[in-house]
Design a protein around this ligand. Sequence first.
Ligand code: G3P
Ligand code: MG
Length: 395
Amino acid sequence: MLAVSLRQIGMAANACRFGRRLLQTQAGSASDWQLQTAIAFDIDGVLVKGKRTLDQGRRALAMLNGDNRLNKKIPFVLMTNGGGVSEATKAADISKRLQTEIRADQVVLAHSPMQSLVKQYGDKHVLVVGGIKRRCADIARAYGFTDVSTPNDLVHWQPSLWPFMRPPANDQLSAVPGRDYAMHPFHAVMVFYDSFDFGRDLQVVTDVLRSKDATAGNDFVDRQVVPLFMSNEDLVFSNDYSQPRFGQGAYHVCLRAMWHALTNGAPLEYTRFGKPHQVQYRYSEQLLDRMAMAAVPGIDLASMRAGRCIYAIGDNPAADIAGANGAGWSSVLVRTGVFRGPPGSNDAANPATMVVDHVEDAVSWILETEAKRLDAVGSGLKTKIKARAGSPLCA
Ligand code: G3P
Ligand code: MG
């Protein structure tokens, strides 16, 4: 249990003179906490466990939305390696489950930063893998990819390509039926979400990657012909089962093994998205920047960033904690998900700034720490803004 609760920190927060001074100079009406402090929540294993919603998660988000003695709203994003739905759908689902309003622009899914690939592949034929039916293809189209096919489209084209399933019905297809995939080369393979059929997706992806003309169905070569992008390499994740479950990273392991076996050990190269990769953290920072700009129009972003401490709360040391530490954020590890260390322990490979039992304790600790930090800076211990995320001034 945390020694200091949120209720005990109200007085300390009142002394945030530094924040007020910053806001006065920037003509803003936002609270200092809105600019100086931000939180990125992991979802699975922190706020929810599969179909189960954690009560501590509800209370933690309510605290950030102003349900605290300080009456402070604190900006936050949800940053998950999950996906397979749109950001708006995820926001609506989590809003309902956690009984708090979350907007689509507060949600970072594993595949959200893959929107940056539209510049290069927006008008090219791409294979989108993962998820159910054609949902990921629809998400890719909404991002701006205009020519999207899926493994189901290929199996529908030639059922013998993967004979171990019933050929998909038309409502499961992404592309118009009747396309001859031997004639339409792919320019990229993008794994958006967990495969719902490992066998089929190993077959289809290795077929396309090593087809000599980047199609499906033509002769194979022992080298990678098509670039590959993957959204989430979590080996395991936490749901309501008693033990962690295979994540998309398990598919990567299988794909690499099959690739090596099929190609006599040719290298398989791919670009990774998702935590712990920094592309995810830069993307989240951009969302947080936009929130600050909305709170204080005309804000000096560089000064705001220099004084802001971002905290990540996660359950998976290899993803959430490694990534946050690498981004120069503070990291809080909870014991409700993948991490199973005994009380008092930290992860040896990726130690977090703080380890607590659950997300509610994490938020209480962050608020307490930030109250002290902003008070210390405002009391003249530091005469100007030097607090960079990851510096001694952030936890
Ligand atoms: O498939 C979801 C999983 O790999 C991780 O989700 O919210 O714990 O990052 P999250
Ligand atoms: Mg998690």
